[in-house]
Ligand binder design. Structure first.
Ligand SMILES: [Zn+2]
Length: 195
């Protein structure tokens, strides 16, 4: 997997002032990295954020993605710096927005987030982290302290040459509407239990 760096600009946000670096990857998607401080070296505070239109943009309470993204941006802004890689094409753990909403329809009928994917003949988690690793390498990141509750991301990065020094749990407020989804991620997908 290779990525091409396209743009690199200053981006003031509600969470602080960042550099935003854009990439074209041969997975057919365009991705961005939000960077605070000098990202080269080891132990860089990092989040790999999977695109979630409903959670990141629309304020959905069916998942905690929006809160996790805000938390990650604030964390790197408040610390010595770091990187949030925003991964396109990861919607619904890789099944796309249309299928994800179909999965929500099945969840409304009683299935959980795992069975709603398999009932459609879709993978439970199709996400790959080779692009994320290539972006981190391009930024000079040698190893990361990864803000995540998902051990699969550790394996995904390590496989592609970026060492994970530490898994930093992400603890965000749990809304009643989100709780069942988070519980399923712990029970069925091996996520760290921060509930
Ligand atoms: Zn989400």
């Amino acid at each position: 997997m290779s990525v091409i760096r396209v743009g690199d600009a200053r981006l003031p946000t509600a969470h602080g002032v960042f550099r935003i670096v854009s990439y074209r990857a041969d997975d057919g998607h365009e991705h961005v990295a939000m960077v605070e401080g000098d990202p080269s070296g080891s132990g860089v505070l990092t989040r790999l954020h999977s695109e979630c239109l409903t959670g990141d943009v629309l304020g959905s309470r069916k998942c905690d993605c929006g809160d996790q993204l805000s938390h990650a941006l604030r964390s790197i802004s408040d610390s010595d710096g770091g990187v949030v890689v925003y991964l396109r094409g990861h919607e619904g753990r890789g099944i796309g927005i249309a299928n994800k909403i179909k999965a929500y329809e099945l969840q409304d009928a009683g299935l959980d987030t795992v069975d709603a994917n398999t009932a459609q003949g879709l993978p439970v988690d199709a996400r790959q982290y080779d692009v994320a690793a290539a972006i981190l390498v391009d930024l000079g990141v040698e190893s990361v302290r990864l803000m995540s509750n998902n051990p699969a991301k550790v394996a995904g990065l390590s496989e592609h040459g970026v060492r994970v020094d530490e898994l930093v749990p992400v603890v965000v407020p749990v809304h009643p509407e989100t709780e069942q989804y988070l519980r399923t991620k712990v029970d069925r997908l091996g996520h760290v239990d921060v509930l």
